[in-house]
Design a protein around this ligand. Structure first.
Ligand code: ATP
Length: 431
């Protein structure tokens, strides 16, 4: 089994991620997140929010609609430009993204060379709003969260006390009818994005662009990703998206190669200008200093929650041998780990006092688990596999010395601490 397959299996086995509608054969490129996956995603979102705020504190949030009108996606350029090159094999009828395979070679599925011409495949999911099935009712599921921020720019500015430069951030679902969803959570058809649109004066772009690149790069280190597996890659001119004047990707070395984790783009005034032009509404801002109106420029930082989820798992996944026994361990940072600590009575008859300690800590708002079933070794293995940094064990001496042992996930070293110090111990690990 390769590493990615092992991660997929672990995700299912431990309740991080399930194939959507699995009992009906699944839906390709669509996943449900189980109990632990839900917690992990929440920690990812929280860490992202904290990180953008520590970089710049004048950031507002928006929760835009998932459905968008034809007019909006026409103005943004998506109806015309948001497509991937598609090619079919006429022998086995399989479809491929043309830039994913070498058309000089044979089909990787059937071994024949019978390619169609390349054509553009629209990635937006189109739907119909209301009962009338005419062109005026066409709507799309959003392929990115950013556009609602641009479309609401005037409302946001006029209803909040903000001044350029400021940011609008959004976390939410996006949908793309990817030709070949693959590599688990890397390329999905329904996914979640965390996007920040930073509005500034045109002459401020050169100052803020590198600032955001640096801050975003630091974020990955902060959430515990090995910085040797992170690199920046600047797009060359012909690779740039239709809206972008400059793009730097933050890439991660996945088991299947270096790939984009986050894109940071200088979108210039493209979006606000397009929406001004198409809607007929003035989206410019008045500058008190120069006494002139101008269209703000935008720097965008965009990363997928699910792609980062996969990155964290790839980075944390470790197999090692402890005292001659093999184990799998997710070496997630405590900030990101879904469960911060587990409370384990050594044997079942010690459950009650340990449960009381656990309930006390859980009531203080920590995401912790209590587990009394199975051998202690088995319970440690489970916590290792889900990335729990600390395991507290209540044993036969605990009632006398008022202490528990605490086991460190990565070193498996144990230390005896007093029960009163448990909360402080967890807190220190989260700092
Ligand atoms: P790619 O080249 O991988 O298709 P892109 O350049 O089209 O990506 P963007 O439009 O820049 O992607 O999207 C911003 C971010 O959203 C990406 O960096 C990625 O983290 C996430 N993302 C984009 N498409 C998907 C997808 N199909 N599944 C999961 N995450 C995605």
């Amino acid at each position: 089994m390769n590493q990615l397959d092992k991660i997929v299996a672990l995700c299912k086995r431990r309740g991080f991620v399930y194939q959507s509608a699995e009992i009906y054969g699944g839906l390709n490129g669509v996943y449900d997140f189980g109990p632990l996956g839900t917690l992990l995603k929440r920690n990812i979102r929280d860490a992202w929010i904290q990180s953008i705020f520590t970089t710049q504190n004048n950031i507002l949030f928006l929760e835009g609609a998932l459905l968008g009108s034809h007019a909006m996606w026409e103005a943004s350029g998506h109806t015309q430009n948001f497509s991937d090159p598609l090619v079919d094999c006429t022998n086995c009828n399989r479809r491929f993204r043309a830039d994913d395979i070498d058309l000089e070679k044979i089909c990787p599925v059937c071994g024949k060379k019978a390619w169609t011409d390349i054509r553009q495949f629209q990635l937006m999911f189109q739907t119909q709003v209301g009962a009338a099935a005419d062109s005026s009712s066409i709507a799309y599921l959003r392929p990115e969260t950013a556009q609602s921020i641009f479309v609401q720019f005037k409302n946001i500015m006029s209803t909040n006390r903000v001044k350029i430069p400021f940011g609008v951030a959004q976390i939410g679902k996006a949908f793309r009818n990817e030709i070949t969803p693959k590599q688990f959570l890397f390329r999905m058809r329904e996914f979640e994005q965390m996007e920040l649109e930073w509005f500034c004066k045109p002459e401020q772009v050169d100052k803020f662009f590198p600032l955001w690149v640096t801050s975003r790069e630091q974020f990955y280190e902060h959430v515990g990703i090995n910085k040797k597996r992170i690199k920046l890659r600047e797009h060359d001119k012909k690779e740039l998206a239709h809206y972008s004047a400059r793009t730097t990707d933050i890439e991660y070395e996945f088991p299947f190669g270096w790939k984009e984790l986050e894109g940071i783009a200088d979108r210039g005034d493209f979006d606000l200008k397009q929406h001004s032009k198409h809607s007929g509404k003035d989206l410019s801002v008045y500058d008190d200093e120069t006494k002139q109106s101008y269209i703000p420029h935008v720097i965008e930082c965009s990363v997928g929650v699910d792609r980062l989820f996969l990155t964290l798992l790839c980075d944390a996944y470790t197999e090692d041998t402890i005292d001659g026994e093999e184990r799998t361990v997710l070496k997630l940072s405590s900030k990101i780990a879904p469960i911060k600590a587990a409370f384990l009575p050594l044997v079942k008859k010690l459950s009650e006092p340990m449960r009381n300690i656990y309930q006390d800590i859980a009531a203080r708002g920590y995401m912790v688990e209590f587990d009394e079933s199975g051998s202690i070794g088995k319970r440690y293995r489970r916590q290792d596999e889900i990335g729990t940094p600390l395991c507290f064990t209540y044993d036969f001496e605990s009632a006398d010395d008022n202490c528990v042992t605490v086991r460190n996930r990565d070193t498996t070293k144990q230390e005896r601490i007093s029960i009163e110090k448990i909360e402080a111990y967890i807190q220190a690990s989260l700092a």
